[in-house]
Each structure stands twice: as structure tokens, then as C-alpha cells.
Design a protein around this ligand. Structure first.
Ligand code: FAD
Length: 423
């Protein structure tokens, strides 16, 4: 670190920290961005292992996210669309659920199969579309209630809730009780409806990497963990003390709790976690031909969803090979996990699964904060904690890529305003 004290310090180079930095860059304000780990991205990182791109936990990007549209260059991300619908495994075989707007022929063929979606559910899906139409954020006028209660009250059958919504949104919320706020369900439904889902061709990390390209030389300090923070002062784990007029905490809720003085924020509820097993397969051992999500409609588990990532973006695997991700909600401790997952995948895809090679099991303990998923309350948390001390991150806005980006921008703009800068 240089000898002169930085005036502005942002702690955390995840999406929210990078989005905050972007606001300062645009105004030509110098700052220091401190990151504990060895790269940018926070919870969005991709490791390259033997030519396979392994995201740290299965996640997808929703191109309709309003804040993402504002700050990201989609063309450069080379977004690869995922099929609008799913294959749902119920009673020993897959059943197709297809979005009639995205795949009208498939939807027509699937019309008579009511194993997952009954006729009345199709009608309620149309009504839900209408309800979610045009949303740009989780609707604050919707009373806070659990997603499952909302779906039931809306009119959906238990069958559709259990066989489709539970594995589909359970995989996104990382909890299968669907206790997450109905506002979040409606917002995400709207995003899926408007723009589907996609992956950047080079892996999810392409998103933070793109934001980091705009950082001024020397602004980013990796491998620099902060030990604690108080107004005007950032203490590094190395023992170095940084004085700053403005400090932005752009870390997860757990880290913020740990870094701030006792009592500054409430102790967070235990975070939601997830496990992802990656397998490599040859083309001859790959029965899945489409970029489509496969869901556990029976709820037998342990795998909640599986997808052949290289069918979405071939760049996820070396030429002629495939990358399969099998995702589990939570962190099962079984030492036989790989064996159990392989058995389930064999029921789904047949004996070829026995020839798949297990590449890695990725466990993310602090994947998503619990509190902010349950209740979104009146709106985002105030970015100012006290004079000169700001906060941002998904736990301040809503738990999504969009929420993290938006929260970072809000913190950056609040800081500029406090400095008397025009926005
Ligand atoms: C497995 C998984 C699946 C997900 N699926 C989706 C999805 O499909 N769609 C979607 O929209 N969202 C999804 N999300 C949520 C989304 O990824 C997050 O909401 C978002 O990335 C959070 O960004 P952030 O900046 O708020 O926090 P983080 O990404 O956690 O960034 C915080 C940064 O602060 C750094 N830091 C922490 N402590 C310190 C310290 N003491 N000193 C210095 N630096 C520190 C961390 O290293 C990190 O880089 C998923 C998340 C996970 C983990």
C-alpha cells in the first residue's frame, strides 16, 4: 500500500463493491478497493480445472435484470440462452414443461401431459404472467408472505407447487420450503418471463471481470483482508491502519457483522448454503442434447437440479467433452455423497453416468443471506450507517445479481452526494 492515506476505501470486490467503484470511476473520484481473496467477483467466481469452467456453485444470469442492463455490456459477455422451461423427473421419467412463448411447438406437444402442470395451472400461469408483468423490482405493495402461501392462494395445484415451483424456485432461493418472500418470487418470475436465463460463454466470472476492467490502475488491492472497521479507520489483518474520510462496506452480511463494532448491525441468521457436484463426460456418454434444466419433481433428492453446462455454452468444457453440474440445496455431510448423486443421475440419464468422471464438489456455506430473503420490508437498507460509513451488498437490497449491483450503485451515489458531487 502507498504511504498516503486513501480518502475513499471500498471493502469487498464482489458485484456490489465493483458497482460502487463504477460510480466513482465515472465521476473521476479516486478510491482504493480492498479485497480479501485473490480475485474479484465475491460469490461469483469461476475456476478453470483441466479445461472445464467450474462456477463456484450453480447460478444463472437473468438478462432482464434492469440494473444489469444498465451497467453490463451483454454483447461482450456473449450470453448463451438456457431453454425456457424444464425437464421434470417424476415417476421414473422426465416430463417436459415448456414456455409456450419461447417454445410453442414443445408446449403444444406437452399439452396433454398433466403430470406436472394441470390444465388449470396453465391458466394460473397466464394470470401470474399478468401479475408480474413490467416489474422492475420486487413489488413493495404486495403484502409480505411466503412464496408457497402466495402460490397456493393464487390457485396453483399442490402438484404444480411440489413438482415444478419447489425444485425450480427452491434451487434459486436455496431453500425448498418456499418460505422466501413472495415479492422475490414475483420479481424473479417477471425476469424469467421477460428475458429467460443465460450464462456468459466464458463462465459466470465474466460478469465481475467485465466490471473490473474499468478500475483505474492501482485501485484494486487483492489478498488484503480487513480485520475491522470503524468510522474513519480501516484496520487490515496485516496490522496496517488506513485512515479514510469515506468507507464503503461492500461485504456479505456475515462479514459486515464481524468487521463492524459490536451492536452496529444485528447478528445475521445462518446463511443459505448449496453444494454442486461437477462431472465430465464424453459426447458418447451424453444423452442430453439440449441446454435445459432438469428438475427433481419427486423431491427424492439429493440432487435438486442438473444441467449440462456445455450444452448451454460449449466453452464450459474442452472440445468433444461435456460438463454436468448437479446441484443440491444445503450442504449434506454424507461421505458417500458422490455415490448417492451418481445413483440418482443414473436413474435420470441411464448407465452412461457410471463412466462420467467426478471433477469436483463445490460447497458454498454462505451462499445467500436468510433475513433479506424472508422479508424485503419497506425497501432497501439505508446505505449510510453513520457519517462517512456506508454499506452495500445483496443483504441491503434483494438477494440477486441485480440487487447487489443496484445496492452498490446506491452506495456510490450516496457517497458522491455526501461529498457534494453532482451525479
Ligand atoms: C451458489 C450461488 C448461487 C446463486 N444463484 C444466483 C442466481 O442464479 N441468480 C442471481 O441473480 N443471484 C444468485 N446468487 C446471488 C448472487 O451471486 C449474490 O447476491 C451476489 O453475487 C452478491 O454480491 P455482493 O457484492 O453483495 O457480495 P459478495 O459477492 O459476497 O462480495 C463481497 C466481497 O467482499 C469480500 N470480503 C469479505 N470480507 C472481507 C474482508 N474482511 N476484507 C476484505 N474483503 C472482504 C469477499 O471476499 C467478496 O469478494 C447466487 C449466489 C450463490 C453463492
Amino acid at each position: 500500500m502507498g504511504k498516503t492515506s486513501p480518502k475513499i476505501v471500498i471493502i469487498g470486490a464482489g458485484l456490489s463493491g465493483l458497482a460502487c467503484a463504477r460510480v466513482l470511476v465515472k465521476s473521476g473520484i479516486p478510491f482504493t478497493l480492498i479485497e480479501a481473496s485473490n480475485g474479484v467477483g465475491g460469490r461469483i467466481r469461476t475456476d478453470v480445472v483441466d479445461g472445464f469452467r467450474l462456477d463456484r456453485g450453480f447460478q444463472v444470469f437473468l438478462p432482464a435484470y434492469p440494473e444489469a442492463r444498465r451497467v453490463l455490456d451483454y454483447e461482450a459477455l456473449n450470453l448463451r440462452p438456457i431453454y425456457r422451461g424444464a425437464q421434470v423427473f417424476v415417476k421414473d421419467r422426465f416430463h417436459r414443461v415448456a414456455d409456450p412463448l419461447g417454445h410453442p411447438l414443445d408446449a403444444l406437444v406437452a399439452l396433454r401431459d398433466e403430470t406436472v402442470v394441470a390444465m388449470r395451472d396453465k391458466w394460473f400461469t397466464l394470470l401470474l404472467r399478468k401479475e408480474a408483468f413490467g416489474l422492475k423490482q420486487p413489488p413493495r405493495d404486495l403484502p409480505e408472505m411466503e412464496a408457497e402461501d402466495y402460490l397456493r392462494a393464487f390457485g396453483f395445484s399442490e402438484k404444480m407447487i411440489d413438482r415444478f415451483f419447489r425444485p425450480f424456485f427452491g434451487g434459486i432461493f436455496l431453500e425448498k420450503d418456499l418460505r422466501t418472500s413472495a415479492r422475490m418470487l414475483l420479481f424473479l418470475f417477471s425476469m424469467f418471463d421477460r428475458g429467460g436465463s443465460a450464462l456468459p460463454a466464458q463462465g459466470m466470472q465474466a460478469i465481475p471481470d467485465q466490471l473490473a476492467e474499468a478500475l483505474p490502475p492501482g485501485a484494486l488491492h487483492l489478498n488484503t483482508p480487513v480485520a475491522h472497521v470503524r468510522r474513519g479507520e480501516v484496520a487490515l489483518e496485516s496490522g496496517e491502519l488506513l485512515q479514510a474520510d469515506h468507507i464503503v462496506l461492500a461485504v456479505s452480511e456475515e462479514s459486515a457483522f464481524r468487521l463492524l463494532p459490536p451492536g452496529a448491525i444485528n447478528m445475521p441468521k445462518p446463511a443459505r448454503s448449496t453444494t454442486c457436484l461437477y462431472f465430465a463426460a464424453d459426447e458418447a456418454d451424453m444423452p442430453v442434447k439440449q441446454p435445459i434444466l432438469h428438475l427433481d419433481g419427486d423431491g427424492r433428492g439429493p440432487v435438486n437440479s442438473a444441467v449440462v453446462l456445455s450444452r448451454i455454452a460449449p466453452q464450459y468444457a474442452p472440445p468433444g467433452r461435456h460438463l454436468v453440474s448437479a446441484s443440491i440445496v444445503g450442504m449434506p455431510s454424507s461421505h458417500e455423497l458422490e455415490k448417492v448423486v451418481r445413483e440418482q443421475m443414473t436413474r435420470w440419464y441411464g448407465p452412461c453416468v457410471q463412466r462420467w468422471a467426478h471433477l469436483r464438489t463445490v460447497q458454498v456455506r454462505h451462499a445467500q443471506p436468510e433475513g433479506r430473503q424472508l422479508r424485503l420490508e419497506a425497501g432497501p437498507l439505508d446505505p449510510i450507517m453513520e457519517e462517512g460509513l456506508y454499506r452495500c451488498g445483496d443483504w441491503c437490497e434483494d438477494v440477486s445479481i441485480n440487487g447487489a449491483l443496484l445496492s452498490g450503485r446506491r452506495a456510490g451515489e450516496t457517497l458522491l452526494r455526501a461529498m457534494g458531487e453532482a451525479i
